[in-house]
Design a protein around this ligand. Structure first.
Ligand code: NAP
Ligand code: ZN
Ligand code: ZN
Length: 348
């Protein structure tokens, strides 16, 4: 018997999200059914709902920052039991055989990983995300939420947390490195906390000084407004790593000018339109321009454990399902401090 659950879905690029029901797949031998408790609103949900990245499979239930409780396990499941506190992020399956999957980088799966929503599951059905009462996921893609973190503030670690943790690790943020975090939103506020816990000297580059107090409290040593033209001359050539979390187009040459020799600018923000840059911005100080895509399952567990050990969590504003559309408008207007999290009990 398929299980039907309440959910919220986008039905087109222009209509508000509306209540709906979805049918979950049967719990297979290796599957776990999770009753959701909280789900974060990532800016990627909004880009996808609005069709800003190209084809979206409508209707789509967004949400890939899912925290909940195991409600049912398949006959072969060994890692989870009913009642466990668990999470699901942006990936719900992959080929598991390619070199990237084997080394734990499922986000680079040679066959393409299965996205939590707006993807196609290995059963051929469209995947639906966490703005729903429950989700069924194969156990290898389920994360364990440490007891030290409450479920609501843990949910955003499943995308925002891992997406900034992975590049900070890859480009070795730590003592002696100077890291600039561009944009203090969902990803940005996690990046500031994580990079400073790793020992880096962190600067926030935000559009204004409005959130300066928060940025410093989250662990930044410095804070500057990008609307102030002096910021770019004052901070020229002074960072080893610039992490761009901005959801909109920015002037790449201006930000590349902030890198010291051999520095790297990593984009995790994904604007709707392609960006261009001047070759001189790269070659004059041998800087690199790179990107990073979420993170693998092992590393996602690592960031959850790291946050628990360091007392780090997301700063959230909890909302009911009927406030999702309003929350979307506020995220787009950079009016979020710092992640909206939907209490999925309000779907009932
Ligand atoms: P968010 O909460 O909206 O944060 C984005 C921040 O960017 C805003 O808070 C704002 O910070 C700044 N910003 C917004 N518009 C701007 C503009 N026009 N000019 C300059 N700065 C602007 O979004 P998010 O959830 O953190 O996601 C950020 C981006 O990362 C999105 O594009 C999302 O799709 C992408 N993403 C990528 C991955 C990946 O794997 N690479 C994973 C998750 C999300 P200030 O107010 O401080 O300026
Ligand atoms: Zn996301
Ligand atoms: Zn693979």
């Amino acid at each position: 018997m398929p299980t039907t659950v309440k959910a919220y879905a986008a039905t087109s690029a222009t209509e508000p999200l509306t209540p709906t029901t979805i049918e979950l797949r049967d719990v297979g031998p290796h599957d776990v059914r999770i009753d959701t408790r909280y789900v974060g609103i990532c800016h990627s949900d909004i880009h996808t709902a609005r069709g800003e990245w190209g084809a979206t499979n409508y209707p789509v239930v967004l949400g890939h920052e899912i925290a909940g409780i195991v409600a049912e396990v398949g006959s072969e499941v060994t890692g989870f039991r009913v009642g466990d506190r668990v999470g699901v992020g942006c990936l719900v399956d992959s080929c598991r055989k390619c070199p990237y999957c084997r080394r734990g980088d499922e986000q680079f799966c040679a066959e393409g990983y299965v996205e939590t929503y707006s993807g196609t599951g290995r059963d051929g059905r469209p995947t639906q995300g966490g703005y729903a009462e429950a989700i069924v996921v194969t156990e290898d893609f389920v994360l364990r939420i440490p007891d030290g973190i409450a479920l609501d503030v843990a949910a955003p670690l499943l995308c925002a947390g891992i997406t900034v943790y992975s590049p900070l690790r890859h480009w070795e943020a730590g003592p002696g490195t100077r890291v600039a975090v561009v944009g203090l939103g969902g990803l940005g506020h996690m990046a500031v906390q994580l990079a400073s816990a790793m020992g880096a000297e962190v600067t926030v580059l935000s559009q204004s000084l409005e959130k300066q107090e928060d940025g410093l409290r989250l662990g930044a040593a410095h804070y500057a407004a990008t609307s102030d033209p002096d910021t770019f001359s004052r901070l020229a050539a002074s960072f080893d790593l610039v992490l761009n979390t901005v959801s909109a187009s920015i002037d790449l040459d201006a930000y590349l000018s902030l890198l010291a020799v051999d520095g790297t600018m990593v984009t995790v923000g994904i604007p709707e339109q392609p960006l261009s840059l001047d070759a001189f911005s790269l070659l004059m100080r041998r800087v690199s321009y790179a990107g990073s895509n979420i993170g693998g399952i092992r590393e996602t567990q690592e960031v959850l454990d790291f946050c628990s050990e360091h007392g780090i969590a997301a700063l959230i504003e909890t909302i009911g399902a009927d406030q999702i559309n309003e929350a979307y408008e506020r995220v787009v207007a950079s009016d979020v401090r710092y992640r909206f999290v939907i209490d999925t009990a309000t779907l009932a």
